[in-house]
Design a protein around this ligand. Structure first.
Ligand code: URA
Length: 218
């Protein structure tokens, strides 16, 4: 079952080489190429690109929105407050982060200055589309059996259209290119919840979504 998913996925997402689409077969080469990215203007104001991170043969790929302030400085995905929630939820779902590949729909930090603070700005459809180029490489190299799109931006990247998280979560979906994906909330949505009981419920639902994705790997 798992092998079948992997093969389908590999066939479906392998980018077609062309004069402007070089063949990139390893994550280290991919990181080098991503560091040169000027496919949209976001690179201009970011400290650095934040490539996906994890083992090249991960069966589970977690897709977030874009690096935040901490990730932009560290060059690593999900190392700030949202990353702490993700780490705890992965732990509670029985998923070792080291066994997964953790990435973002958009690889540069989009923000605006408010005084000295850099405030997150949601990437637009054009930026998500331009950055899908890199996700396609990541998927072709890693060949995950299952993707988890965390939040609307990741959903748009993975499915190529706007998705409604609450309508899609809780079951498995096919991506347009034949992959298998689950949809859930972005962990930072929990950070914004003022009510502790709501937050706790949302956290449990998030963990349940991750467990569903894990079960489908079997
Ligand atoms: N939010 C994301 O979507 N990705 C990160 O890497 C950090 C915060």
């Amino acid at each position: 079952m798992t092998t079948r998913f992997s093969r389908q996925m590999a066939k479906a997402v392998l980018p077609t080489p062309s004069s402007d689409r070089p063949v990139i077969k390893s994550l280290s080469r991919l990181r080098t190429a991503e560091a040169e990215c000027t496919r949209c203007p976001l690179y201009k104001d970011a400290t650095q690109v934040v490539p996906g991170e994890g083992v090249a043969r991960a069966r589970l790929m977690l897709v977030g929105e874009q690096p935040g302030d901490k990730e932009d400085l560290a060059g690593k995905p999900f190392v700030g407050p949202a990353g702490r929630i993700l780490d705890r939820a992965l732990d509670d779902a029985g998923i070792a982060r080291d066994d997964a590949f953790v990435t973002n729909a958009v690889k540069h930090f989009k923000h605006e200055m408010r005084g000295k603070r850099r405030l997150h700005k949601r990437p637009n459809a054009h930026e998500i589309e331009r950055c899908r180029w890199w996700i396609d490489y990541e998927r072709a190299i890693v060949k995950p059996a299952v993707l988890v799109a965390m939040g609307a931006t990741a959903g748009r990247s993975v499915f190529g259209r706007n998705v409604t998280i609450n309508k899609m979560r809780g079951r498995r979906h096919r991506t347009p290119d034949g992959g298998t994906a689950f949809v859930t909330v972005h962990p930072s949505s929990l950070l914004r919840m003022p009510n502790e009981a709501d937050k706790e419920r949302a956290y449990r639902d998030f963990v349940a979504d991750l467990k569903r994705a894990k079960r489908s790997l079997k």
